[in-house]
Design a protein around this ligand. Structure first.
Ligand code: ZN
Length: 184
């Protein structure tokens, strides 16, 4: 990776940390939100072998449009059109009801770009691991299982993009579902 690519990645981490600074995750300890995009970028690189800086930057920024006051134009200005486009692709339309958004994620996953598929895959791996290890305090077993099943439906639509990440997802799915049931 060139110096400018490394600099852009670090800028994306810093930008996302600033945008998510007031947010916490749903686990019992309410960990800082930024841990989540950082984990996804780390999964992509260390487990998926992804070294494309635009995909890693998009991973760091993947929830900024959906969950913070960030505009597509701002991302394009700061990080360029490729990164901005991947983030836009993995952003749900928040004007739609939740169930419809979840249905659309499954329906549209297979037509996304490779970068967006990779970010989606790592996002789901990270979320399943988090739910299994530190579940949201107010999620009953049924809701946790429902999330696992839905995440698998999304991932089944992007298969073929990265075998190592897909295997990591399958492992997180089986282990996580078992741990979730045992804990209940
Ligand atoms: Zn996410």
């Amino acid at each position: 990776m060139s110096q400018s690519e490394v600099a852009s990645l670090l800028k994306a981490a810093s930008f996302a940390a600033g945008k998510h600074r007031m947010q916490r995750r749903k686990d019992a300890e309410a960990s800082p939100y930024i841990n989540h995009p950082l984990a996804i970028a780390h999964i992509l690189c260390s487990e998926g072998g992804v070294t494309d800086s635009t995909i890693l930057a998009a991973a760091l920024l993947h929830d900024t449009l959906e969950d913070t006051q960030t505009s597509p134009g701002e991302l394009e200005r700061e990080f360029g059109p490729v990164v901005a486009a991947i983030v836009a692709e993995v952003t749900d339309d928040k004007s739609l009801p939740k169930e419809e958004r979840k249905r659309l994620q499954v329906a549209k996953a297979s037509s996304k770009s490779e970068g967006a598929k990779l970010v989606k895959l790592a996002d789901k791996i990270s979320n399943l691991r988090d739910i299994a290890a530190t579940p949201p305090a107010d999620w009953a077993l049924e809701r946790r299982e429902g999330y696992f099943r839905w995440a698998k439906e999304v991932v089944d639509e992007v298969r073929g993009v990265n075998a190592r990440l897909e295997a990591a997802f399958d492992h997180a799915y089986e282990q996580g579902l078992r741990a979730t049931r045992e804990a209940a």
